[in-house]
Design a protein around this ligand. Structure first.
Ligand SMILES: [Zn+2]
Length: 241
């Protein structure tokens, strides 16, 4: 009978442990994403976007270039609150080289920033550094020409560092922290390209989205991709989409 009681105890204890694990999962940040049986039922939807050349402007530079205060929204972007504006500017580099129509993205920012792919920069005759958005010290300059005025930037032009936006739940799923690095594998027409060192940018209200520039997207033929996988470089968790 002692053995029998031991069996019961073990079963009882195992049940308690299961309940405790389930309740912990359900009260954690992943709560919304579990079915409360201790199994992660949540697989984030992975979106990989090409971020084509664009400009972010300050309020002051909007007024200088266009002669009014508010950008006109043309199209919402995937991330809530961000949009492509109707406005475009011409970018002019050294020796009068130029890119005639570069889209403005809203909302406005504390500092004007131009984001180009490597090929764009070559066309413009400049050699901007690869930088995280907003880290503009010591970057390249160029001239912005709008219908109502001109803005001369002595810095602010970058090649945007490849990165992935996500919210806290998605970060828990992948096991990553803000500013860590991930890897993106793109399989397209039987050809596989892997991008290393994607910067993780975690923020409230963000949706899981990788941003590559046009050169990177074209190199991997993202347009015709059969599969994209976001990998935690340390843990090799892959999610196909
Ligand atoms: Zn981005």
């Amino acid at each position: 009978m002692v053995g029998g009681i031991g069996q019961m105890d073990r079963g009882f204890i195992e049940a308690i442990v299961r309940d405790v694990i389930a309740s912990r999962l359900c009260s954690s940040e992943t709560a919304k994403n579990t079915d409360c049986s201790g199994v992660l039922a949540f697989v984030p939807k992975l979106v990989v976007s090409i971020s084509a050349r664009h400009v972010h402007l300050t309020d002051k530079d909007v007024r200088t270039l266009f002669g009014y205060d508010e950008l006109k929204k043309m199209k919402d972007l995937y991330q809530d609150g961000f949009y492509a504006a109707e406005e475009t500017v011409m970018l002019v580099g050294p020796r009068r080289r130029m890119l005639p129509t570069v889209r403005i993205l809203g909302p406005t920012r504390p500092e004007t920033q131009v984001e180009l792919a490597f090929t764009d920069a070559i066309s413009l005759g400049i050699d901007p550094p690869v930088r995280e958005s907003g880290k503009l010290q010591g970057t390249s300059g160029c001239v912005l020409v709008g219908p109502k005025g001109v803005v001369e930037l002595d810095h602010g032009v970058i090649r945007a560092e490849r990165h992935v936006h996500m919210n806290k739940n998605e970060a828990v799923f992948y096991g990553v922290k803000d500013k860590e690095r991930m890897r993106l594998r793109v399989t397209s027409g039987g050809c596989t390209t892997t991008f290393e060192n994607l910067l993780v940018r975690i923020g409230e209200g963000l949706k899981l989205e990788v941003h590559l520039d046009t050169d990177e997207g074209n190199a991997a033929d993202l347009e015709h991709a059969d599969k994209v996988e976001l990998l935690n470089s340390a843990k090799e968790i892959a999610v196909a989409a």
